[in-house]
Write a protein that binds this ligand. Structure first.
Ligand code: AMP
Ligand code: MG
Length: 493
């Protein structure tokens, strides 16, 4: 089998936990059809699977024949979680499983991150309850778009690795039905969730919490000095990553939509995309999910929600370390998130950070301007103003030039002028996505149009062009000192 022996590095570490208690071996569904719709060749090459033939790809990512030296059978992972703040002990991998684990090429001499290939829509499991274990093709297309755009904007996210249409007709409340089916494979930096810890706390299995903590520290935080309190060390290492994640969602204008604790990953990577949206315009109350009528997971509440979720994780870890200063440790999150927010927004303008006070006041000026100019499409602001000193010329050419006037605008400009443009800005501005009047964006209207082309005439080319366009934006922004995840947690390919 043509895996690349130098870059395919199987490492099924989940087995170290002992499957008992942590997962259930399952069989994939036997689908009536298998038609490849999306193959993430960039990431396939990176993990040594780029040379698979089309037939082999289907064999592995629709039939789930084991990969060499990897998990012998799929594992539906066990977890619980708070869903819209209510604890649900009946969930778990109900339509997905862990299929394989492999290492990314090493960055800076380390072993390389351990990545999971996990599924969505691969069939029923012991956790399916009344669900059919399936994913709609539209859901898969939406996940492609969310992951590609987030990756381009430098948000640490799972990657959509493969989408295969499976020829079933599904009934759904939130899509015209019957609707087409698919199986999606995602490449992500762990599938261990806050809800995984919560499940073992619920079952009063402190031994399993301890084992899981050790596993996560060794596997996902090898750089951390554990000291004498492993649960606390894990929490302290994860907390700034969650702050960074929330800040980057905000700066990307992204609304995840379902910030339940079973959708929070122990590495701080964003994953599991259902009713997500990108902001059309700046609006803290903007809500993605139609079923989130109270606006619990609205754009402007996401950081606060990550803090709430961290508190639930601390509760789950508490039995494994009852005397640790959990409250104090949690309180540090807010300050971390504010600093991360300044960094993330400055990054989107291509600007260097200054001292903390200046950074904080710049964030204030940015939010002030965004609030005063709510008519402005959210992505347009960064598109027009990318690069500090260069911005005046670009703003004059913008279709929204008239909005860049007046006192709020002046305060905003003055604030940005206190920061040095990153060295890479000129190269970015010269790149193709920045030569247009309109930014690359992934708003709901376009998502629906892309889906209609697929659904009505099976035309996949607009989606393919869109992905190419998003990737060009990502390449343009990924100049040296651009939007990279710090140190070893690089998300770029
Ligand atoms: P999600 O909203 O996708 O994060 O899913 C929440 C929970 O519901 C998870 O335990 C899923 O496995 C489960 N679930 C969602 N959709 C289905 C389905 N169609 N069949 C079985 N389980 C599902
Ligand atoms: Mg989920």
């Amino acid at each position: 089998m043509p895996v690349d022996p130098t870059s395919y590095r199987p490492d099924p570490r989940y087995l170290d936990l002992g499957v008992e208690g942590f997962a259930d071996p399952v069989a994939p569904a036997d689908f009536p059809e298998r038609v490849l719709r999306f193959r993430n060749q960039r990431w396939a090459e990176r993990v040594g699977l780029g040379a698979l033939s089309p037939g082999e790809w289907l064999e592995h990512f629709a039939r789930f024949a084991p990969l060499p030296h990897n998990l012998p059978e799929p594992l539906a992972l066990r977890y619980h979680g708070h869903q819209f703040q209510a604890y649900n002990p009946q969930i778990g991998d109900g339509r997905g499983f862990l299929y394989a684990q492999l290492r990314e090429p090493a960055v800076g001499g380390g072993p390389g991150r351990l990545l999971d290939l996990g599924t969505k829509g691969s069939g029923r499991t012991p956790h399916s309850r009344d669900g059919d274990g399936r994913l709609t093709l539209k859901g898969a297309v939406r996940e492609i778009l969310a992951t590609e755009m987030l990756e381009a904007l430098g948000v640490p996210t799972s990657k959509t690795f493969s989408v295969i249409e499976t020829g079933e007709k599904l009934q759904r409340h939130d899509e015209p039905s019957p609707t087409r089916s698919a199986v999606l494979v995602r490449l992500s930096w762990s599938h261990i969730r806050f809800g995984t810890f919560q499940r073992h706390a619920f079952e009063k299995r402190t031994d399993r919490i301890g084992a899981l903590v050790e596993h996560c520290l060794a596997t996902y935080y090898p750089e951390v000095d554990v000291g004498d309190d492993a649960p606390l060390a894990l929490f302290r290492a994860l907390r700034p990553r969650m702050a960074e994640l929330g800040a980057r969602w905000m700066a990307a204008g992204f609304v995840h939509g379902v910030l339940n604790t079973d959708n929070m990953c122990v590495t701080g990577e964003s994953f599991d995309y259902g009713p997500w949206r990108f902001l059309p315009r700046f609006d803290p109350t903007f809500t993605a999910a139609y079923f989130d009528q109270g606006g619990l997971y609205a754009y402007g509440r996401q950081i606060q929600t990550l803090g709430w979720n961290l508190a639930r994780l601390a509760e789950a870890l508490h039995p494994a370390s009852p005397s640790a200063p959990w409250q104090e440790t949690l309180e540090a999150f807010q300050g971390e998130a504010e600093r991360a927010l300044a960094r993330a927004f400055l990054g989107r303008f291509g600007l260097e950070e200054a001292d903390p006070e200046t950074n904080a006041s710049t964030t204030g000026a940015i939010f002030g301007f965004l609030t005063a100019r709510r008519e402005l499409p959210f992505q347009q602001l960064f598109h027009d103003w990318y690069g500090g000193e260069l911005s005046a010329a670009r703003a004059a050419e913008s279709p929204y030039a008239a909005l860049y006037e007046g006192r709020d605008y002046q305060a905003f400009r003055d604030a940005l002028a206190k920061h040095t443009p990153k060295a890479s800005v000129a190269a970015t501005l010269a790149s193709l996505p920045f030569q247009r009047a309109r930014p690359v964006d992934v708003l709901i209207g376009e998502v629906e149009e892309l889906w209609s082309r697929i659904d009505e005439v099976d035309d996949w080319s607009p989606l393919e062009w869109k992905v190419e366009d998003i990737r060009r934006l990502g390449a343009a922004l990924r100049q040296p000192s651009g939007h990279t995840w710090p140190s070893s947690h690089v998300v770029d390919s």
